[in-house]
Design a protein. Structure first.
Length: 592
């Protein structure tokens, strides 16, 4: 889906919307009948003194009121239910679309903007689906039916509200054109405001540590002030045009009463001075009141539809985005087309992957520069690869390419002899357990964070074993709720080392064929790091990739590569690299 098709969502609830339209039509027609009863009360009861009709006419007015309440409630409830349901579906589909996009999409957009799309823009869609759409239909139906009854009473008088409606429509169109542009700017500034607030709340400890509260408050105030000014611009447009519509509607009643009163007293000169009755004039005035409501709603509806149109444009920009990383592998297709495929059965689950990894002349470019340049190495299943290099040399990029967060520019990456682009993405990514530099823990229990992605299959015993292997049990057991302790956002309240150990436990618990540790022990003390290294050395049958800045992290690896400016500068075992006397030896000498 590359476009938000609101009509498709509405079509799913077409039957309910049809019932709502019927209820709305019935309620509107009852409203149209009320002035006719008033006409008979004035002409037949008050003037002609037919008092026996009064009881039935009053009962008719009461019946209209009761019926209108029932039909109005039915319409409102159905539309609110359908609108809420559609907003829920749009929001989850939008979130799924965002989740399907590749990593480079998130490199160029901030979280505040995405939050505005998921919340505020979908709320605008909810407004249309819940009541503004049906309200527009009601406005049109009420205007047409009211004009019909007014023309039946006196077509000459009906010209007055027709002229008024045309004037109100012209004003509404002008207002809509100006609102449309401003709403786009309001939504963009709302995104900036949300992002600024979210960023500062997430980094509040850093802000306080550097005594930057004043600077951050000033930055937030700047966006808040601009957001305020844009909303004032909206108000100015609305205040500029809406009073004109109000004046037109008020003048309609006055002009109609004056001319209609003349027709009652003197007669209509266009029809030989034939008079209209007082009852007809009273009914006509009530119809004018009925048509005033649609005219007054034009400004409000224009405001709402302009907001929704701007939201649709922004949502369609996200829907137009296509993921660069697609699961278009032959193996993925075979799993749908041929359930008995030997290749599909052989590599359908991560448990069946051995873990042989080969980088074959891999080059990766981004932002106009080479991040990796002709990188080649091979690891057999069960072996350990150590990767070292200066910051920015491309170490983490190797892991991102291995997991297909990005695709190689040139060359290929093989897993068990198969190009990873020919493997289903879920199988590939579930085969690799990662402990990344950027530690991320969800606002959940410790056990919930360990079970991430495996809530229904991982046992409590496996969670416990992972905590013990990562040496997390020693501080988890001191907590009052132990594994059921809820940790704050991003693990707030835990030390850097504790967070790292929990992410290591999460990786250990998955029992994947490939384990990646990207500088994952940097916040640990030397003793704990050595203990975890000992656990890693004891794990057999798992291919391990260890990225580190400490020699102690990689020295026992079966192979070590040293990256320099995106190229492999040195490769070998710990002893071989020391003998060469290059970059690895320099790092060793500086650390020991």
């Amino acid at each position: 889906m590359n476009k938000l098709n609101l009509g498709a969502y509405v079509k799913k609830h077409a039957v309910l919307y049809f019932i709502a339209v019927i209820a709305m039509t019935a309620g509107t027609l009852l409203d149209m009948a009320a002035p006719l009863l008033v006409q008979h009360i004035v002409d037949d009861v008050l003037i002609a003194r037919k008092m026996e009709l009064l009881r039935w006419l009053l009962l008719g007015i009461l019946g209209i009121g009761v019926g209108r309440c029932i039909f109005q409630y039915t319409k409102e409830f159905i539309c609110d239910w359908c609108g809420s349901k559609i907003a829920c579906e749009v929001r989850i589909n939008l979130f799924q679309k965002i989740q399907s996009l590749s990593a480079n999409f998130f490199d160029g957009i901030n979280s505040g903007e995405l939050m505005s799309r998921v919340k505020d823009d979908v709320d605008s869609i909810w407004n249309i689906a819940a009541f503004m759409g049906i309200l527009m239909a009601e406005v049109i139906l009420r205007a047409i039916s009211t004009m019909y009854f007014m023309i039946k009473i006196n077509w000459q008088l009906a010209l007055i509200p027709v002229i008024g409606m045309i004037g109100a429509a012209v004003v509404a169109i002008k207002m809509e054109k100006q609102l449309d542009d401003v709403y786009g700017n309001v939504a963009q500034e709302n995104s900036e405001l949300n992002n600024t607030a979210a960023e500062n709340l997430a980094g509040v400890r850093t802000v306080k540590a550097f005594a930057r509260e004043g600077f951050e408050i000033a930055k937030f105030h700047k966006h808040n002030q601009k957001y305020y000014e844009l909303n004032i611009d909206l108000s100015r447009i609305f205040v500029k045009y809406n009073p004109i519509i109000q004046i037109i509607t008020r003048m309609l009643t006055v002009i109609t009463l004056l001319i209609g009163g003349y027709f009652v007293i003197k007669g209509n000169p266009l029809t030989g001075y034939s008079k209209i009755t007082i009852g007809e004039l009273m009914a006509f005035i009530q119809y004018v009141g009925n048509i005033v409501w649609p005219m007054e709603m034009l400004g409000w509806l224009t405001n709402g539809f302009s907001s929704a149109r701007a939201s649709m444009k922004r949502l369609n920009k996200i829907y137009a985005e296509m993921p660069d990383i697609n699961d278009n592998s032959e193996l993925a297709k075979a799993s749908h087309l041929n359930k008995d495929s030997e290749l599909t059965e052989a590599l359908f689950t991560p448990a069946d992957i051995n873990g042989d990894i080969c980088f074959d002349h891999v080059t990766y470019e981004a932002g106009g520069r080479k991040i990796l340049d002709d990188v080649s190495f091979e690891i057999k299943a069960g072996q350990t690869l150590g990767i070292m290099g200066a910051t920015g040399s491309g170490k983490t990029t190797i892991i991102n390419l291995l997991k297909r967060m990005y695709d190689v520019t040139d060359g290929c990456i093989m897993l068990d002899g198969i190009d990873i682009r020919q493997l289903p993405l879920p199988v590939l990514r579930r085969s690799i357990a990662c402990v990344m530099q950027d530690v991320f823990l969800f606002s959940d229990t410790i056990e919930g964070n360990i079970r991430l992605g495996e809530r229904d299959t991982m046992t409590t015993a496996e969670v416990r074993m992972a905590l013990e292997k990562s040496h997390s049990a020693e501080f988890v057991d001191r907590m009052e709720e132990k594994e059921n302790t809820v940790i704050g956002e991003r693990g707030v309240g835990l030390s850097g080392g504790q967070k790292q150990r929990l992410t290591i436990a999460r990786a250990f618990s998955r029992k994947t064929p490939v384990l990646v540790l990207d500088d994952s022990t940097s916040a640990l003390d030397t003793e704990t790091e050595q203990e975890i290294q000992g656990v890693l050395n004891e794990i057999s049958g798992m291919t391990k990739i260890i990225i580190g800045h400490r020699i102690s992290s990689v020295r026992k690896a079966d192979k070590i590569i040293v990256l320099d400016n995106g190229r492999i500068a040195e490769s070998g075992t710990h002893e071989e690299l020391l003998a060469v006397g290059g970059l690895y030896k320099e790092t060793y000498d500086s650390q020991y």
